[in-house]
Design a protein around this ligand. Sequence first.
Ligand SMILES: Cc1cc2nc3c(=O)[nH]c(=O)nc-3n(C[C@H](O)[C@H](O)[C@H](O)COP(=O)(O)O)c2cc1C
Length: 213
Amino acid sequence: MNKVISFAFTAVCALLFCLVCTDNASADEELAQATQKSSEMVSSEQKSDATALVVYFSWSGNTRNVANSIAAQTSADVFEITPETPYSDDYDIILDFARAEHGSNARPAIAGGVENFDRYNIVYVGFPNWWADMPMILYTFFDRYDFSGKTIAPFCTSGGSGLSDTVRTIRELEPNATVLTGLHIRSSSASDPDKAVSEWLASLGLGKQEKTK
Ligand SMILES: Cc1cc2nc3c(=O)[nH]c(=O)nc-3n(C[C@H](O)[C@H](O)[C@H](O)COP(=O)(O)O)c2cc1C
């Protein structure tokens, strides 16, 4: 009889032990997921005094549509990057020109500049995918401004290549900034970007409720 009681007791203890372990395992998983998620989101301290800027370059208007949608949904300031020497409006010419700029690692000069760049702590950076990279004028921008301590939210439009390696490139160019998950919108959808933009902002913990000051 004693053996039966002792066996039952051991079995109950083993069951309880398993339950506790399972609980801890799922709690650990949740913690790991939350930690991973939070590294891709903006913390509430960052949000509470967030001052945001949308910076973008657009040759044919697609990225501009997305930039305007982000600005409307976040109340961010906007700076359009334009080259000091305007690009050709001709598609074939700009294709070759952009490839040559890419090949020579050019840094085309930017017309004008951002006033008080230091005051912004969240910078949305937008560009069309050119030859599976950012247009070289974006490199000029990253060279010129100090992004240390800032949060960068990249966005891109393309014919189909997506973001290519641009987010990794931005992380390499700006090792002292936090670079969030990028948004890609196909050029065919760029005229109606609001839903994709609001979902992306929500996934990053940004959006209307975090309206900038
Ligand atoms: C010079 C140049 C290079 C391009 N290279 C690519 C490319 O590598 N992959 C791609 O999917 N689309 C490419 N595209 C298409 C653009 O990324 C796409 O049309 C984009 O939405 C244009 O944005 P914009 O209207 O803001 O200039 C290229 C377009 C141009 C003008």
